[in-house]
Design a protein around this ligand. Structure first.
Ligand SMILES: Nc1ncnc2c1ncn2[C@@H]1O[C@H](COP(=O)(O)OP(=O)(O)OP(=O)(O)O)[C@@H](O)[C@H]1O
Ligand SMILES: [Mg+2]
Length: 276
């Protein structure tokens, strides 16, 4: 049964699409899972540019406008089923139909990743309502953190507490909010701290997810850890890394999240057997 994960933020340019594309590619290629990636940034849909889909024939806009299903708009790239958006759609769509469209295909996938819009209107609500799990992407600075707080509140009010924060584009840690400050302010665990990595620029130029373009890059390695948690794989930390750096709070948070995901799953299976 598919897990539906929304990647949200109320600020543009923090890395939602970059992270969504690489997470989808990592789940599909490193972990052999069936993955659907949906572009739910209806005003500025960029997923196609990250997944080498330049002129999509059918898009999320067509799906939300008419009677098409998500299957009708799938473009298969990098072993991921991708539903891109259209820059040029002029008809009025209903973003809140996304939830129903996702439910129709959910059983066929292990993971459905929804790349959200930052627009504080029905565009972001579309992703929040359609998702079962939410990750907020933030950069480690006060203005973006304030927006992340707002996103967290919005999701909470909709009965969708956020599973974790992804701190992206860390450049100068000495001049940035640290992981514990962010956790304290937002009261949500930080699941990953991703450095600013120029590999992303090269990957985007080649229209490839960074996890595929260079899986040894710092960015791809952090995404790979996150994907590992989602599939319940053990996270290996080399002994010398543990010795020098200790175990990071983000790594501990990932283990806690993994336990909560898989305990829930285990309990529901056990519960199911009891009823039989
Ligand atoms: N860790 C990173 N290091 C360096 N560049 C990054 C990183 N993450 C994302 N970028 C770059 O930042 C830019 C914005 O990223 P992206 O489009 O993913 O943001 P977004 O949150 O989806 O924006 P929008 O809200 O407009 O959809 C892109 O050029 C991308 O390559
Ligand atoms: Mg985007």
């Amino acid at each position: 049964m598919g897990r539906v994960i929304g990647v949200i933020a109320i600020k543009g340019g923090v890395g939602k699409t970059t992270i969504s594309s690489s997470l989808a590619a990592s789940l599909a290629n490193e972990h052999n899972r069936k993955v659907l990636l949906i572009d739910a940034n209806y005003s500025a849909p960029n997923v196609g540019l990250h997944m080498d889909i330049v002129k999509p024939e059918c898009t999320i806009h067509d799906v939300l406008y008419g009677k098409l299903t998500l299957y009708d708009a799938i473009h298969r790239k990098f072993n991921v089923d991708v539903v891109p958006g259209s820059y040029f759609y002029t008809k009025k769509i209903n973003p809140l139909k996304l939830k129903q469209k996702v439910q129709e295909v959910k059983e066929k996938y292990d993971f459905i990743i929804i790349d959200s819009s930052p627009a504080l209107n029905e565009e972001i609500l579309s992703s929040i309502c359609a998702s079962e799990h939410l990750f907020v992407v933030t950069t480690p600075d006060y203005p973006t953190l304030a927006c992340s707080l707002r996103a967290a509140k919005l999701a909470k009010n909709r009965g969708k507490p956020i599973d974790g924060i992804i701190i992206n584009k860390s450049r100068m840690p000495d001049y940035e909010l640290d992981l514990r400050d962010i956790e304290k302010a937002v009261e949500i665990p930080v699941l990953a701290k991703i450095p600013d990595d120029k590999t992303n620029i090269k990957a985007l130029f080649e229209r490839m997810p960074t996890s595929i373009y260079d899986k040894k890059s710092k960015f791809a390695k952090e995404i790979s850890k996150l994907a590992g948690v989602l599939v319940g794989a053990p996270e290996s930390v080399k002994w010398w890394q543990k010795w020098i750096f200790g175990v990071g709070k983000d790594a501990i948070n990932r283990q806690v999240l993994k336990k909560s995901y898989y305990e829930k799953m285990f309990n529901s299976v056990v519960g199911g057997n009891k009823d039989e």
